[in-house]
Design a protein around this ligand. Sequence first.
Ligand SMILES: Cc1cc2nc3c(=O)[nH]c(=O)nc-3n(C[C@H](O)[C@H](O)[C@H](O)COP(=O)(O)OP(=O)(O)OC[C@H]3O[C@@H](n4cnc5c(N)ncnc54)[C@H](O)[C@@H]3O)c2cc1C
Length: 490
Amino acid sequence: MFIDLNSVSNNSIEAKSYDFCICGAGPSGITLARKLATLGKTVALLEGGALEYTEESQEIYRGQSLGLNNWEAITNCRLRYFGGTSNHWGGRCSFFDKIDFEQRELFAGMSGWPAGSHQKMFKHLQDACEIVDIPRDSFKALPKSHWKGDFFRLSERAFSPPTRFRTKYIEELKRSEKIDLYINANLTDIRLHDALSAVSYFEVKNFHGKAHKFSAKHYVIAAGASETAKLLLNFNKQLPQGIGNQHDMVGRCFMEHFNVNFGNFVVEDHLLFKEPDLQFTPSETFMRKFNIGNAVLDFDANVRARDFGRLKELKKSAREFVCQSETMTNIARNFAEFDCEGDGVISSLIEQVPNMNSRITLNAEKDHFGLRRVTLNWQASPADDMTIRHLGREIAKELARTKVARIKLKDFILDDNIPIDDYGHHCHQMGTTRMSIDPKNGVVDANQKVHGIDNLYIAGASVYPTGGGCNPTLTLLMMTLGLGEYLAKL
Ligand SMILES: Cc1cc2nc3c(=O)[nH]c(=O)nc-3n(C[C@H](O)[C@H](O)[C@H](O)COP(=O)(O)OP(=O)(O)OC[C@H]3O[C@@H](n4cnc5c(N)ncnc54)[C@H](O)[C@@H]3O)c2cc1C
């Protein structure tokens, strides 16, 4: 069933009771609701926004940035309407390597994934691929290649069309007999029972300010990494430090994947570069040897060099003339950023280690519902810099040795004393309610239940204790399917 909460002005919702109440209808919330429904459970799925983008809803995401690059991730990297951020995601899918589940020295004492996480999650790979429309066996279908590196392999990945959860699932949810989808339904508070160890109800407001009580046996927050932290920290009427925050862990260890531009390259092995979008992943041996994190290094060669501006034609002729000769090209490169066909820029997706100082906190400004807005302080650590530099130096050596490409690295890769000038990002928000066995190290347990609260769970990448070196969505779908299976048995 489909209900627009903006048009409910009476208290009729108080009379209903569900098995599950889920806040957030992005990939995590929609996947969990569908899974629970197929297992016979009733679900109230609450979406704060409407079915389409509205300024009124998106404005609630506005926040501040203090950290790296003053990056406006909080405001720009998320979409607040039905389907969530999948309304503009890119669709690149990949998954964690085995080494990513280990308790690594790299994490400097921060806990990693609970034992058994790998097996638990990968049981759901096939179903997760179907959700994002990746054909069966896509990951095995990497083109055969003659690449024979020591420290790097070609990255396994697949591309979703990209699936827009809004378009794909709206009709199914509207027709569902088990799921009630509410839009304009904003979680604004969580009321706990008197013993403060279980949720009594969700307070949910429409945009006219009317508050409704939603009751269920179990509750889940699936609002994305930044917003989930914002909500838990704001809900402090009964627990002054916020819900799940008894050890000051909510909002901590915000992680992204760094997108650092390592420099430029010139293709030598044209056969290898026939494969579209050549990407390399470090081997376990290499990561262990240098004690560094995981990554994908992306070598995107120009199919055709392009010129812009008023002098376009002149630049084009000059380029064509110079690019004919390697000697002339090398001379030209000494005084100009020069780009021939087959040249390219090296971009990256690099693991960020969990870092207590990289975090989300609340600031004094309030949103439409009176909740304090967030400040993001995104920080890199010396371990992250080490990962970035080792990856850059070794891929350059390996590609030169195998005569695949010649690389011109940026100075900050070669010299530890030159600060890394640009920590780019990917809009992959992870880690603010991390999973931990010991409540002192995180916010949820191995079953994604908030430590200390019997019937409150969190779905999505905010629970990742470490972020690996791959895009996050396929992993969060696998985990959410596992969570649904677990919850349905309670
Ligand atoms: C530009 C871009 C490109 C990306 N490309 C890729 C890619 O190629 N591969 C990949 O793996 N990942 C990619 N991602 C990341 C991907 O979009 C996210 O991993 C994914 O959307 C997370 O899903 P989610 O459901 O956990 O959170 P979200 O998609 O953020 O959904 C959260 C939902 O909760 C709702 N909500 C928030 N607050 C409340 C509230 N108080 N009450 C009720 N509802 C609320 C929101 O409206 C939203 O619908 C990309 C992201 C961006 C921004």
